[in-house]
Write a new protein. Structure first.
Length: 153
């Protein structure tokens, strides 16, 4: 059964201005260094491109190797091969390659393919705008028979 974890980030200034994407990069870096293949699901093309840029420049001394798999990349044999060989894939629709073990969901909705993954991470900045979205996702996982874990960061 899929394991779901919500990471709750404070929206106050004490979190060093860390946003959802920056925290996701920390999770991605840790999982990648541990050898865990993953897919990062974003809401749309714009947020996919933004996350792509952040993954290339997240740390001054390194980058997180990844490949985009989505309509913006196309389904050429080269792009499918790149995505298949990348330990980290990124996209905003159903991944076209075999499932990875970890899904980091940066979309405001629960993706219909989440059960293809052993583990799902939801990153939530606790502010009034995201509270209703996060609660809806939490309920959706429960309705799917999964009791999500919650970590306050």
């Amino acid at each position: 059964m899929t394991r779901v974890t919500f990471y709750l980030l404070n929206s106050n200034p004490d979190n060093n201005g860390q946003n959802e994407q920056q925290f996701a990069c920390r999770l991605i870096d840790k999982a990648w260094r541990g050898g865990l293949p993953m897919h990062i699901h974003t809401a749309d093309e714009s947020s996919c491109q933004s996350m792509d840029q952040l993954l290339w420049s997240w740390r001054e001394d390194s980058f997180l190797p990844h490949g985009i798999i989505s309509p913006i990349q196309g389904n050429t044999p080269e792009s499918v091969l790149l995505a298949r060989e990348s330990p980290i894939t990124l996209g905003f629709d159903h991944p076209a390659v075999a499932s990875k073990r970890l899904l980091i969901n940066l979309s405001p909705e629960v993706p219909p393919f989440f059960k293809d993954f052993a583990r799902v991470c939801e990153v939530v900045v606790q502010n009034p705008d995201q509270k209703a979205v996060s609660r809806a996702k939490f309920r959706a996982y429960r309705q799917a028979g999964i009791e999500p874990e919650v970590h306050n960061m």
